[in-house]
Structures are given as C-alpha cells and as structure tokens.
Design a binder for this molecule. Structure first.
Ligand code: ZN
Length: 239
C-alpha cells in the first residue's frame, strides 16, 4: 500500500502541474487578444491622422486652383477696364475688380492658414509614426513571446501527460477510482500528509488512535473530516 500511495502522490503532483499549465495556457490567448486590440487601435489612429492630412492637402489643391481662377478673372476684368466707354461702365468695372481682389485675398489667407495646419499635422504625424514604429517593435516581441510560451507549455503538457500515462498502469483500479473521486470533490487534492496529528488537507486534528494507526498500519486511511487519503510523512514528522 505504501508504494501505491507513493504512486498516488506522484500522480497528484503531475495532475497539479498539468492544472497549472492549463491555467497558464488559458490566460495567454486573452493576453494576446488584448495586445492585438491595442495594436490595431494605435494603427487605426495613425491611419486616421494620415487620412486627415490627405484631406487637408486635397483642400489646399482645391484652394490653389480656385485662386488661379480668381486671378484669371481679375486679369480679364483689368483688360476690359481699358475698353470701357462710359464713366458708369468704368465705375461698375472698378467695383467688380475690387470684389475679385477681395475674394482672391480671402483665398490667399485661407491657403496660408492651410499651410500652417498642414505643417503642424505633418510634424505631429511624423512623431506619431516614429512612436508607433517603436511600439510595433515592442508589440511584435511581446506577441512572439506569447506564441513561444504557448508552444513551450504544449511541450511541457505533452511531457507531463506521458509521465502520467506511464505511472497510471501501476495503480490499482479501485484506488484510482477513489483518487479521481476525491480529487473531483476536493478541489484537485486527494492525497495529503499528516503532520503532528493534523491533516494537512483540512487542518483538522486527527483522532490519536487514527494517527497511531497511520504510522503503523499499511492500510489506506482517510481523514474523517475531509475524506482525503492521508499518509504519514516521515520527513516532516522527523523520521
Ligand atoms: Zn482532512
């Protein structure tokens, strides 16, 4: 029975390791998803800035062509001024020229403001692009680390499962059933040591008679309180 209990302790250790590995494995995709989301958000922000700048450049081009048309109109109006015959026509032409000049002046003003805005946005975009490239490097490293970690966990899990499968045939079927049952009901821990007459699974005192029996007997003994299989821990109890 002692050998069987030693085997159970080994199996439980493997079970625990597998549980920890599986828990770790579960948190990793979530972590990767969060990283991906953050990356996409920042990428979208840069894209939005680029589109905004492109829009301003387009507007600038439109204003330049508008100004060109305005200047052309002004040139023609000035030409016609030479050809007018009456004073009334002359006054009307002067007024038209004044309106055109004012209009062109307004467009020139708008173009100057646009120049400033485009320059500002260009500087900002360049700096944000630089930050983003730096961030991309960090992101890619982190992402790679998660993939490697996942692969390594899979490798470890495979190794532990192999160890488990190698040990299980040595265990008596009824003991294995019992172990699985207690494990399911007691949060994964079915085999615990008894130290100084205390069950280390539930921390309750063991009846002295039972504790004595545990030290002498070869029988399978369970804690009367938590029902876990208990064993006499020679090292912890001082030999
Ligand atoms: Zn107990």
């Amino acid at each position: 029975m002692k050998e069987q209990i030693a085997l159970l302790i080994d199996l439980q250790k493997i079970d625990q390791d597998i549980k920890i590995l599986n828990n770790k494995k579960q948190t990793l995709p979530e972590k990767a998803g969060q990283l991906d989301l953050d990356f996409q958000t920042r990428k979208d922000q840069i894209e939005e800035e680029r589109n905004g700048l492109e829009g301003l450049n387009k507007l600038h081009k439109e204003k330049e062509s508008e100004l060109k048309q305005g200047q052309e109109k002004l040139r023609k109006a000035r030409e016609r001024l030479q050809e007018v015959k009456t004073n009334k026509e002359y006054q009307a032409m002067l007024s038209e020229i004044e309106t055109l000049e004012k209009g062109n002046g307004r467009i020139e003003e708008e173009i100057l403001v646009l120049y400033d805005r485009i320059d500002e946005r260009k500087v900002a975009l360049k700096s944000h692009e630089k930050d983003f490239e730096q961030y991309r490097g960090v992101y890619e490293t982190e992402r790679k680390k998660i993939d490697e970690e996942l692969a390594s966990i899979d490798g470890e899990l495979g190794g532990q499962k192999k160890k488990y499968d190698a040990l299980v045939p040595g265990l008596k079927p009824n003991l294995r059933r019992r172990y699985e049952m207690i494990k399911g009901r007691r949060n994964g821990i079915a085999v615990v040591s008894a130290r100084n007459a205390v069950c280390s699974g539930c921390n309750m005192n063991l009846p002295p008679q039972l504790y004595n029996e545990l030290q002498r007997s070869e029988d399978l003994i369970c804690c009367p309180n938590c029902n876990r299989i208990i064993y006499w821990d020679e090292i912890a109890n001082g030999g």
